[in-house]
Design a protein around this ligand. Structure first.
Ligand code: ATP
Ligand code: MG
Length: 419
């Protein structure tokens, strides 16, 4: 019978890699906490209409990438393809707005999209994201961008660029849409087939196409920045000024429209020069219409999501992290000694030491070899004779010094040897 393997587009994160994930999660959560963001955990699956209404039916995510199924109660369920819709649903349902002022939230976890798997693109992938709800100030946009750049900087990442655009208000986009249509329609036959479809439904999406030829055509399309109304223009200028005040470099990219429908005004991505085709490590922007679209009171909001797999790819290139090693490797032989070693090991852990107990039952020589490979500083040895005499052997693996001490004195000796 064939072995059952992990599903295409999913990956096991094995212990040697988990340390990178833990490092990333710790770094990000510390920076988020410093800026007064609180973690929220929402369910991995939601009612399908949440995403249809929230993300937009004409997007790739909703149109082609969702894991949607009917459950045993005949409900349409979708594994979340992104985090914002669930957070906003929770914000409305739990009346988080009732506290007044702004709500600062962050999340991390698995997302699901049916895409073609490749380096940095999976079907189950992970994001860390934040949402700042309740402020329409340009300062809010800049606060969230600054937090993203801080996280990437704290991780030691270089060769990044912040791409910035404004997609304006709904009204601005109406005017722009016509200008874009006028420009694109003559090229209709040269566009990829998805983009041809979008021409009538959602021409802005064409700017987001991954097709080379379409991208070339889009290169000379009119710029949305020339179609912003006064308020949008003012908001965007302020974002740019504040970014400069914080010495955060950015590049204007009028082609940047992002893949989800809910964005308004500021849209941004952070791109790595070290990742090849899947280069965007963070994407976000303002989404003033989403809360009301999902049934809440009109609430301006801005947020972003970082793709964790892509960051991990960068982190691995940057610095090797090694797994934690035990302080003590514990070797024992003979039933009485083995049983007693279990007790001592447990007590040592309660005293704060990391202890790995050899459970093999093999001879001392084999156990010592494993002890040498364990990375521990100290090897403890307990045989039948030590148990009878109330003694234990302590081997310093760093200089091979070895002594037999009374079990009562063990903690004292260990304190001297392990700091
Ligand atoms: P892309 O253009 O690469 O498909 P996107 O615009 O669909 O990205 P977002 O929905 O903005 O991506 O998600 C934010 C971030 O999550 C992306 O910038 C990326 O780093 C990561 N991401 C998105 N989809 C995947 C995936 N299938 N596998 C791994 N990471 C992903
Ligand atoms: Mg995508």
């Amino acid at each position: 019978m064939d072995n059952i393997e992990a599903i295409r587009g999913t990956k096991d994160i094995l212990p040697k890699k988990v340390i990178y994930w833990q490092y990333l999660e710790k770094t990000a959560s510390e920076i988020l906490t410093k800026a007064a963001y609180q973690e929220i955990r929402t369910p991995i699956f939601e009612q399908t209409p949440l995403f249809e209404r929230g993300i937009g039916e004409a997007t790739d995510v909703v149109g082609k990438e969702m894991y949607t199924f009917t459950d045993r109660g005949d409900r349409s369920i979708t594994l979340r393809p992104e985090g914002t819709a669930g957070v906003v649903r929770s914000y409305i349902q739990n009346k988080l707005f009732a506290s007044g002022g702004v709500e600062r939230l962050w999340y991390s976890g698995a997302m699901f999209r049916y895409e073609r798997p490749q380096a940095g693109r999976q079907r189950q992938f992970h994001q860390i994201g934040l949402e700042l709800l309740g402020s329409k100030a340009a300062r809010a946009d800049v606060e969230v961008i600054a937090i993203a750049t801080d996280i990437l900087k704290a991780l030691g990442l270089k060769n990044l660029s912040l791409q910035l655009n404004s997609v304006g208000s709904k009204e601005d986009r109406q005017t722009y849409r016509q200008a874009l249509l006028d420009y694109l329609t003559p090229y209709k036959d040269n566009l990829d087939s998805d983009s041809q479809d979008r021409l009538s439904r959602n021409p802005l999406r064409i700017l987001d196409s991954k097709d080379k030829k379409t991208q070339e055509i889009a290169q000379n399309a009119p710029s949305i920045l020339d179609y912003l109304g006064d308020d949008s223009r003012h908001h965007f200028d302020k974002v740019c000024t504040l970014l400069s005040d914080l010495s955060i470099p950015y590049e204007l990219n009028p082609r940047l429209v992002r893949g989800l429908d809910y964005y308004t005004h500021t849209a941004f991505e952070i791109i790595s020069g070290d990742l090849g085709a899947q280069a965007t490590v963070c994407g976000g922007g303002r989404y003033d219409g989403l809360v009301s679209q999902l049934g809440g009171v009109e609430t301006p909001a801005v947020g972003w999501a970082i793709g964790m797999e892509r960051l991990i790819l960068l982190l691995e290139k940057l610095q090797p992290l090694s797994p934690q090693t035990p302080d003590i490797y514990f070797v024992s032989r003979g039933e009485k000694a083995e049983n007693y070693a279990l007790v001592i090991a447990q007590n040592l852990r309660h005293s704060g030491y990391k202890v790995e107990l050899d459970l093999s039952g093999s001879n001392f020589l084999k156990q010592f070899k494993r002890s040498d490979r364990s990375g521990a500083k100290i090897c403890l040895v307990l045989g039948e004779s030590e148990v009878e005499q109330g003694m234990i052997q302590v081997k310093n693996l760093e200089n091979s010094e070895q002594k037999t001490v009374s079990q009562d004195k063990l903690l004292e000796i260990l304190t001297q040897l392990i700091n």
